[in-house]
Ligand binder design. Structure first.
Ligand code: SF4
Ligand code: SF4
Length: 345
């Protein structure tokens, strides 16, 4: 990895160099009912719109590579022929300006399934390969348990990663494009003092972590506790609203629908993100529902994240961002659920 440092005022110049592309970044979105500032990712038209001191966005960057709703193909039938039109819905490169490490790691996890598996998803890959990502360091919020999940720092999956050293940024460069861009702004090699400021900044995060998940032997504990009463306990609270999957940066389950126009000459196939907590998630043709109870659906979500995915890819499908717990109206959080399954609460 190559390191550079540059003064903070150079960041606006970097933005201008990238502004020929669509730029997405964190923006302020008012306050919640307790007065806490809310942030989300959105398309940016001016550098000053960027809220680079954001804490955490309500939604993850997922929707820019996995839209909640997407047309996969359209069909047209003429008298003796038919045509299928596939649009990967990739129009221009997209620059992500200021993504935290947990969200970068979430995209890396989605890659394992959607880009690097036996059946890669071309709709995802087209968008993912056209991303230019500028990462940004953060201070953990009370709900963050990314350190427990090993996702509090990113070592790949970005082009450039910036750490705030006070009046300047410490830049980690991972791509040739990022290197070329930085050569067009005023930056220099980091000094020994910059190294020590960087180490101080990263180690200083530790004291901010208040939430944690004990992941030791978690797959085995989950195997042992499949019939635990804890699942009933949380299932009774769960509203089956699907909000947790909506805000989660790594939930990727989806459903596909085909619609035929009334003229019987046109049709389309669409894909919508789904949630395993929704009541019809495991309903199949004929009407049978394999998981009619909220407890079994909630349990399935945890087993996919912390058991099945670990078995398949040797890492969890959770990055510990805590968004699901923050958004849940029933106060269901991964640290509380996993602690209770372990018998700690
Ligand atoms: S766990 Fe919470 S957010 Fe998720 S479906 Fe249940 S009530 Fe909704
Ligand atoms: S399950 Fe919850 S904590 Fe884990 S990545 Fe998804 S939203 Fe974040």
């Amino acid at each position: 990895m190559i390191f550079k440092v540059f003064k903070k005022q150079e960041l606006a110049r970097l933005y201008e160099l990238l502004a020929v592309n669509v730029i997405v970044g964190p923006v302020a979105r008012g306050n919640d009912r307790n007065g806490k500032p809310l942030y989300d990712f959105d398309v940016i038209y001016d550098f000053n719109e960027l809220a680079l001191d954001y804490t955490q966005t309500v939604h993850s960057p997922k929707r820019f590579v996995l839209p909640y709703h997407e047309t996969l193909s359209t069909f047209a039938v003429s008298r003796d022929n038919w045509e299928k039109h596939v649009d990967l819905n990739v129009y221009r490169p997209l620059v992500f300006f200021g993504m935290h490490a947990c969200d970068i790691n979430a995209l890396n996890k989605l890659d394992l399934v959607l880009a690097q598996s036996t059946y890669p998803n071309p709709y995802y890959m087209g968008k993912r390969k056209n991303l230019f990502i500028i990462g940004l360091d953060c201070n953990p919020e009370p709900q963050c348990f990314c350190r427990s999940m090993g996702t509090d720092s990113a070592i790949h999956g970005f082009d450039l990663f910036l750490t705030d050293l006070g009046g300047k940024y410490f830049a980690e460069i991972l791509s040739a494009t990022a290197f070329d861009l930085l050569s067009q702004i005023n930056c220099k090699e980091p000094s020994a003092k910059d190294h020590s400021l960087y180490k101080h900044a990263t180690s200083g995060k530790s004291k901010h972590y208040t939430a944690a998940v004990d992941t030791s032997d978690l797959t085995k504990i989950l195997d042992l506790e499949f019939e635990s009463k804890a699942w009933e306990h949380w299932g009774e609270k769960c509203l089956s609203c699907g909000t947790c999957a909506n805000v989660c940066p790594t939930c990727y389950c989806y459903g596909v629908e085909e619609h035929v126009d009334l003229d019987l000459k046109h049709a389309n196939k669409t894909k919508s993100l789904h949630s395993c907590n929704l009541i019809d998630f495991a309903k199949v043709a004929g009407g049978h529902n394999f998981r009619p109870k909220s407890a079994s659906r909630l349990k399935y979500r945890y087993y996919h994240k912390h058991r099945g995915f670990v078995e398949a890819f040797e890492e969890s499908l959770c990055v510990g961002c805590g968004r699901c717990g923050e958004a849940c109206l029933a106060d269901i959080t991964p640290p509380a659920v996993i602690a209770s399954v372990r018998g700690k609460e």
